[in-house]
Design a binder for this molecule. Structure first.
Ligand code: UD2
Length: 339
């Protein structure tokens, strides 16, 4: 049986990758330090393991701790069959967080990725699939974004994520470790943290609307994003993990839907789904923000058959349904205390 390790396994995307593999009956190990990951996501992953009978093991470790990362990779390899693929989702995300505290995200994202690659190299791991960021493109002209464009990151976070891509390519070219970088375009869906100051916009607005709070739009709201449902990102990861090396190793791929939605429009769609009647509050543009984002996804299609099977609208419906189920009590309490 193939063996997999998911870093950031208690996080939003990592937990869905682990969940999906386990439901397919594949054993998985996970690594997380719970800095932003959540115990309830691990409970969901464990439930997926119990449902299929596949094995799940968690290493509680920080990616910044090289020895702990090496131990996790070594123990995953010894734990039954050889460790084949690492899905490296663990990171300290958020553009604004990296602007406020660049050192902390630098160590998690750059040192952490380096530690992971070193451990993978030392233990003969076949492939690493890396969570890269569309923010690497920056504000340069030219849409849709194509992987051949020269990256122009603005904030520390995209710089760090781009450094990880370079390291990925280097470890393929120098050491023959098969690495694939997936540039995520604004992934949203169930399990995205909605109540942190660094939450992605979709999760944040959903919870705010459920609580009857007016969401804020930074800028005029005409900035656009290629919002992508998490199920599409999971399928891109699994396809990239099993594609022939000659098609994917050492390469970078956009993972998106290939459609741009403005924040104003996104607000309207969410407000309709949640029967939220009030307007958004507008405030100043956010420092370090990019204006627009739209991907060309033909490279991922051609290399490993990626298709964004779940549309923006369907993804939003599933997301809203999940938040209503998980956060219904919080929303009801907020309603009860409002005058
Ligand atoms: C970037 C990356 C994304 C991922 C993410 C990690 C791009 C295109 N994408 O997402 O791939 O790496 O960082 O965090 O750069 N906004 C509001 N009101 C709010 C919250 C956000 O108007 O309450 C705006 C925000 O100013 C931005 C948009 O919504 O224009 C999306 O913000 P976000 O933080 O969800 O994600 P973004 O685009 O920084």
């Amino acid at each position: 049986m193939a063996r997999y390790l998911v870093t950031g396994c208690a996080g939003f995307i990592g937990s869905w990758i682990a969940d999906t593999l386990l439901r397919q009956g594949v054993s998985v190990c996970g690594l997380d330090n719970f800095e932003t990951g959540r115990r309830e996501n691990i409970a969901a992953v464990e439930a997926a393991a119990a449902a299929s009978g596949a094995e799940f093991r968690l290493f509680e470790a920080d990616l910044r701790d090289a020895d702990a990362v090496a131990r996790a990779v070594r123990d995953t390899s010894r734990h039954g069959a050889e460790l084949e693929v690492i899905f490296h989702q663990g990171a300290l995300p958020s553009v604004p967080r990296s602007i406020l505290d660049p050192r902390t995200s630098h160590t998690a994202n750059i040192d952490g990725t380096f530690n992971l690659l070193e451990a993978a190299r030392a233990h003969g791991v076949r492939r690493v699939v890396y969570a890269a960021s569309s923010s690497a493109y920056g504000n340069q002209p030219g849409f849709p974004r194509v992987e051949t464009m020269v990256p122009m990151p603005i904030a520390p976070y995209p710089v760090q994520k781009l450094m990880g891509e370079h390291y990925m390519r280097s470890y393929w070219q120098v050491y023959g470790l098969e690495t694939v970088a997936l540039r995520y375009f604004n992934i949203f869906g169930p399990r995205q943290v909605p109540d942190s100051p660094y939450s992605g916009v979709m999760a944040r607005w959903t919870l705010q609307m459920m609580q009857g709070k007016q969401p804020t739009i930074f800028g005029d709201g005409e900035q656009g994003r290629d919002f992508t449902f998490v199920g599409n990102a999971v399928s891109a990861n699994l396809l990239a993990a099993s594609a022939p090396a000659e098609r994917v190793a050492g390469r970078v791929f956009n993972v998106a839907c290939g459609q741009r939605h403005t924040l104003n429009r996104t607000f309207q769609v969410l407000a309709e789904l949640l029967a939220f009647k009030e307007p958004a509050l507008y405030t100043a543009e956010r420092t370090g923000d990019i204006q627009n984002s739209l991907a060309d996804i033909s490279a991922a299609r051609a290399a490993f058959g990626y298709e964004p099977a779940i549309s923006f609208e369907e993804g939003l419906r599933q997301t809203v349904a999940w938040y209503q189920q998980q956060y219904g009590d919080v929303a009801a309490a907020a309603g009860a205390t409002r005058p």
